[in-house]
Ligand binder design. Structure first.
Ligand SMILES: Nc1ncnc2c1ncn2[C@@H]1O[C@H](COP(=O)(O)OP(=O)(O)OP(=O)(O)O)[C@@H](O)[C@H]1O
Length: 386
C-alpha cells in the first residue's frame, strides 16, 4: 500500500540527507508508528507519502501509484485517498465544526446529499454530534483534534497519515485520540503515525519503524518506542494505561485471523482481556468501565442517533475506484479496493462487557464506547487553532 524503495531525500542547502536510502513496505490495514528523535526524518517521510515533496532518489508507490509519475495536476485527486492529521489541528477558525468537515467534501465536489449524510455520521463517530454548530475556539484541544480527524476521514480515505496528532494534548486527552485512531484502523483504514509519544507506542504494541538521522534503524512488529521516551508510562493514569491495553487486547482478538465466529466472540474477548490484564502490574480492574462515559455526561443533549456508524460506512470505504479521477493510470486496483478490512465491523473491543457487536451497534454510539463524550473534556486541554 505504501512502498519506499531506497528513498533518499536531501533538502537544498543541507549537508546530510533528511532520509537516507529508506526501504519500507506498509500493507493495507496496518497501524504503523514512525518514531525517532527530532530531525530524524519522520515528517519528511509523511510529506513524501502525501506527494508534498519528491525524493531526491528512489521510488515511492502509494496505493499502486508510482508517485513520480503523478503529474502536479493529478496530485489533488491522488490525495483524496489520504487523510491527514497534524499536531496543530489546522482548522478553519471562521467555520463551525460541521462546516470544517463539510468543507473538505465541498472542495472535491461532493453532492449536497452526500455531505448532509456523511458529515453528521462522521461527527457522531468522533463524539462531536452535539457540537456541530460550535466554532473551533469554543472547543477543547482534544475536541479540535477530533474535528480534524473527522475532516480527515469523512471521505473514507484508504490511508490516514498522522503527524504528532497528540503533540498538543495532555496524556488523558491523547488517550482518547489514540483510541479513536485505533478504532479507525480497526475499521479498515491504514494508519501511519509519526510520534514522540513513547507511552502509546509502548502500550499499543503495533509495528514501529524507527528513524535515526534519516535511516531506518528498526522495523519491528509489536515494538516499543525505544530509548527516547518523551512521556513515561507512569505519567498516564493507571486507568488510562489499562484502558488502552484492554482495547488493544480485544482489538487483537477481534481482528485475529483465527478469531472465533461472532457467537464465540465474548469468550474470545474475555480471554484476551484477562490475559492482558494479568500482564499489567497496575491494579485497575475497572478500566473498561472508565472508557465508557455516563450516558448523560455531555454538556449538551446527546445526539439523536444510537447506531454505531463506522461499520455501515466502512463497507463503502473505497468508493472511488481510481484515485486519479477515473482515468486509467495503471493503478493497482487490488490496492484500491481491498476485500478485507472494510468488511469488518467495529469489533467488540469497544465494550468488552457487551461483546455482541450487533447488539452494541443497536444500543450505543462508537463515541460513547470510546469515552469521547466525557463531561470534563472541555476542561482538560486547549490547543492552538490556525
Ligand atoms: N524544507 C526543509 N528544508 C531544509 N531542511 C529541512 C526541511 N525540512 C526538514 N529539513 C531537515 O530535514 C531533517 C528531517 O526533518 P523532519 O522534519 O523530517 O524530522 P522529524 O523527525 O519530523 O523532526 P521533528 O520530530 O522535530 O518534527 C532535519 O534535519 C530538518 O532540519
Amino acid at each position: 500500500m505504501i512502498l519506499f524503495e531506497n528513498v533518499t531525500k536531501k533538502y537544498r542547502g543541507t549537508a546530510k540527507p533528511a532520509l537516507d536510502r529508506v526501504d519500507m513496505n506498509i500493507d493495507r490495514g496496518e497501524f504503523v508508528f514512525i518514531v525517532g528523535a527530532s530531525g530524524s526524518g519522520k515528517s519528511s517521510c509523511l510529506r513524501l507519502v502525501l506527494r508534498e515533496d519528491q525524493p531526491s532518489s528512489g521510488k515511492i508507490h502509494v496505493l499502486g501509484q508510482d508517485l513520480s509519475k503523478i503529474s502536479s495536476r493529478k496530485v489533488p485527486y491522488f490525495r483524496r485517498n489520504l487523510g491527514t492529521v497534524f499536531q496543530d489541528f489546522r482548522l478553519l477558525t471562521n467555520k463551525t465544526v460541521y462546516d470544517n468537515v463539510a468543507f473538505s467534501l465541498q472542495v472535491i465536489g461532493k453532492s449536497r446529499g452526500f455531505i448532509q449524510e456523511a458529515v453528521p455520521d462522521t461527527l457522531e463517530m468522533v463524539g462531536l454530534a452535539n457540537k456541530a454548530k460550535r466554532f473551533p475556539h469554543e472547543l477543547s484541544g482534544g475536541e479540535q483534534q477530533r474535528v480534524a480527524i473527522a475532516r480527515a476521514i469523512v471521505n473514507k480515505p484508504a490511508i490516514l497519515l498522522a503527524d504528532e496528532p497528540t503533540g498538543n494534548l495532555d496524556p488523558a486527552t491523547s488517550l482518547g485520540i489514540m483510541q479513536l485512531l485505533r478504532a479507525i484502523n480497526a475499521a479498515g483504514t491504514t494508519v501511519v503515525m509519526a510520534t514522540h509519544e513513547a507511552a502509546f507506542v509502548d502500550i499499543m504494541q503495533q509495528r514501529v519503524v524507527e528513524l535515526s538521522q534519516g535511516a531506518v534503524v528498526r522495523d519491528e512488529v509489536g515494538g516499543g518506542y525505544g530509548e527516547t521516551a518523551s512521556i513515561p508510562v507512569s505519567d498516564l493514569s493507571a486507568q488510562g494505561v489499562q484502558v488502552l491495553r484492554t482495547t488493544e487486547a480485544v482489538v487483537r482478538a477481534a481482528l485475529s485471523p483465527q478469531a472465533a465466529p461472532e457467537t464465540d466472540s465474548a469468550e474470545h474477548v474475555e480471554a484476551a482481556v484477562a490475559a492482558e490484564t494479568a500482564a499489567i502490574a497496575m491494579p485497575a480492574p475497572q478500566a473498561p468501565e472508565a472508557a465508557r462515559p455516563p450516558a448523560a455526561g455531555a454538556d449538551e443533549p446527546a445526539a439523536d442517533t444510537d447506531t454505531v456508524v463506522v461499520p455501515a460506512r466502512s463497507a463503502s470505504v473505497f468508493e472511488e475506484p481510481n484515485p486519479l479521477g477515473g482515468e486509467d493510470d495503471g493503478v493497482d486496483e487490488d490496492t484500491l479496493r481491498p476485500d478485507g478490512p472494510q468488511e469488518r465491523r467495529i469489533p467488540g473491543f469497544l465494550d468488552p462487557d457487551r461483546p455482541d457487536p450487533v447488539q452494541m451497534s443497536e444500543t450505543g454510539s462508537l463515541a460513547e464506547h470510546l469515552g469521547l463524550n466525557r463531561k470534563d473534556d472541555d476542561q482538560t486541554d486547549v490547543g492552538p487553532v490556525r
